[in-house]
Design a protein around this ligand. Structure first.
Ligand SMILES: CN1CCN(Cc2ccc(Cn3ccc4ccc(-c5n[nH]c(N)c5C#N)cc43)cc2)CC1
Length: 229
């Protein structure tokens, strides 16, 4: 059963990259089907409006609920998971990507302006799995880029999508922390040599060096990922 993904957005062109590379191949192989829907196709006024002023005052505009209700109703089943990207969401992570990769049907609601009327989440929460997710502690202009990131991170984990599943095995066994640095040919580039140990063929020494490098990089770049932190 392929993973089905429906993306609802006012900027369908944002999702053209999903036809390329790994995501494109995943669709051609039938492992994943991705459909993009223009929210404005679900409006009923001649201006095809999707936003209005916020109750209670405040800057900007909020996306009105009805077009979202029409659009989600057009694709939802009782097997659906509704993903709503938002800065206020739980943090998206590799474990969450792995969960989504094993779903049957994902619906991504890509908001814009200052967000989507909260009643959309409230309406679907008793009916299907609804997840408000954030890709990080910074503010984007909408949910489209976040949706692209979440789709790519999740779809690459769908069994059969990655040509070399070995890389997933290594990823899953990675020590806590960031990955070691990688090198390839040429052995010397602009006077810089590849670390000698990597050319030695001593796999135990290579593994030890890589573990040390991972710890050094994690300590410097992501001390929050160190064990016990
Ligand atoms: C009352 N005020 C209080 C401040 N907020 C702040 C605010 C809220 C949204 C936006 C723009 N925007 C609209 C939809 C949407 C979805 C995802 C993301 C998003 N940003 N960063 C992530 N990691 C994201 C993800 N995933 C941003 C989005 C801008 C500013 C507005 C309301």
């Amino acid at each position: 059963m392929p993973l089905r993904i429906d993306v609802i957005t006012i900027f369908p062109d944002y999702f053209a990259p999903l036809q390329l590379s790994l995501m494109g191949k995943a669709q051609q192989s039938g492992l994943v089907t991705i459909a993009i829907h223009d929210l404005r196709e679900f409006t009923s006024d001649r201006h095809r409006s999707v936003d209005d002023t916020p109750y209670g005052g405040g800057a900007g505009m909020v996306m009105t609920p009805e077009p979202w209700g029409q659009a989600i109703d057009a694709v939802v089943t009782d097997q659906s998971t509704l993903i709503v990207p938002t800065p206020a969401g739980k943090l998206f992570s590799q474990p969450v990507a792995a969960e989504l990769a094993h779903s049957t049907h994902l619906i991504f609601a890509c908001g814009r302006y200052e967000g989507i009327d909260q009643r959309v989440v409230e309406y679907y929460r008793p009916r299907i799995d609804v997840r408000e997710l954030s890709i990080g502690d910074y503010v984007l202009a909408g949910g489209d880029v976040a949706t692209l990131a979440m789709i790519e991170a999740s779809v690459r984990l769908v069994p059969g999508v990655l040509g070399n599943p070995e890389s997933l095995v290594e990823e899953s066994h990675q020590l806590p922390g960031v990955e070691y640095p990688s090198y390839t040919k040429p052995p010397t580039w602009r006077g810089l040599d590849v670390p000698e140990v990597l050319l030695s063929g001593h796999h135990d020494q290579i593994a030890r060096w890589r573990a040390e490098q991972s710890t050094i990089r994690t300590t410097h770049n992501r001390p929050d990922l160190l064990p016990g932190s």
